[in-house]
Every structure is written in structure tokens, then in C-alpha cells.
Design a protein around this ligand. Structure first.
Ligand code: 5GP
Ligand code: ZN
Length: 116
């Protein structure tokens, strides 16, 4: 199920272009338009959920997090390491309210700094 006027639903439907990194029946991974790191890819479920606390079915969570390894391998960041995060609502500065997981890497990050 998708939501009208949701940016990432439109990206999932191909109505707004994105640079696709990985895609299967359930998820789409694409490059962040404003990368914070040399590698900054977003993974979304094709169905709309506001965030990770929106009663997301286990199979959808499995598809999203299962894609993390695929994206990390495609981007070549497994050996050096990468960071995976999902923001939820205001305190985390979630700006797009369609569940997405950031995959960040390609350079050294600060220990314990949850910045993205
Ligand atoms: P949030 O702050 O909600 O966790 O992350 C939203 C992310 O979506 C940001 O890193 C932002 O750069 C990215 N973003 C916002 N609009 C677009 C867009 O139209 N296309 C792409 N590819 N990324 C976007
Ligand atoms: Zn959506």
C-alpha cells in the first residue's frame, strides 16, 4: 500500500527518478540526493510505513534489513565497515516520513557519534 503525496512512494513507483542501487519485489535502494558520506544509500520498502515504529510486518522488516548486506556488498563497504540507521520522528530529525534505512560508509566515522 502506498500513500499519496509521499516522496519515497513516488520514488518507489518511479514517478520521481532516483539512482537505483538494488531492487527486488519488496524494497528499493537508491542513492541519497544529499550524501553525508562517500557512500550514502537509502533502502525503503515499496509499501508505505511512516517509520520503523509504524507496525511494520516482520517480512517487510526482513526484506529491508536483508537488503543491507546486498547494498553494502554492491557499494564495496563490507570489509572497511559501514553504519546503518533509521530515524524516527522529530528527536531523530526524520525528514521523510516513509521508512528508510541509511547505509553510510566509505570513510572513517566517529565512535559513538550517531550522526548521519
Ligand atoms: P531522514 O532525515 O528522514 O532520515 O533522511 C531523509 C533522506 O532523504 C535525507 O538524507 C535526504 O538527503 C534524502 N532525500 C530527500 N529527498 C530526496 C530525494 O528526492 N531523492 C533522494 N534520492 N533522496 C532524498
Ligand atoms: Zn511513502
Amino acid at each position: 500500500m502506498q500513500k499519496d503525496d509521499c516522496l519515497f512512494c513516488k520514488i518507489a513507483k518511479g514517478e520521481i527518478p532516483s539512482t537505483v542501487v538494488y531492487e527486488d519485489e519488496a524494497v528499493l535502494a537508491f542513492e541519497d540526493i544529499n550524501p553525508m558520506m562517500p557512500v550514502h544509500t537509502l533502502i525503503i520498502p515499496k509499501d508505505h510505513y511512516d517509520n520503523i515504529a509504524d507496525n511494520v510486518p516482520a517480512d517487510t522488516l526482513g526484506a529491508v534489513f536483508g537488503a543491507v548486506q546486498k547494498v553494502a556488498e554492491i557499494k564495496g563497504v563490507v570489509a572497511d565497515g559501514f553504519r546503518t540507521l533509521a530515524n524516527t520522528n522529530d528527536h531523530s530529525c526524520q525528514t521523510v516520513h516513509h521508512l528508510h534505512v541509511h547505509v553510510l560508509g566509505g570513510a572513517q566515522m566517529n565512535d559513538g557519534n550517531p550522526s548521519k
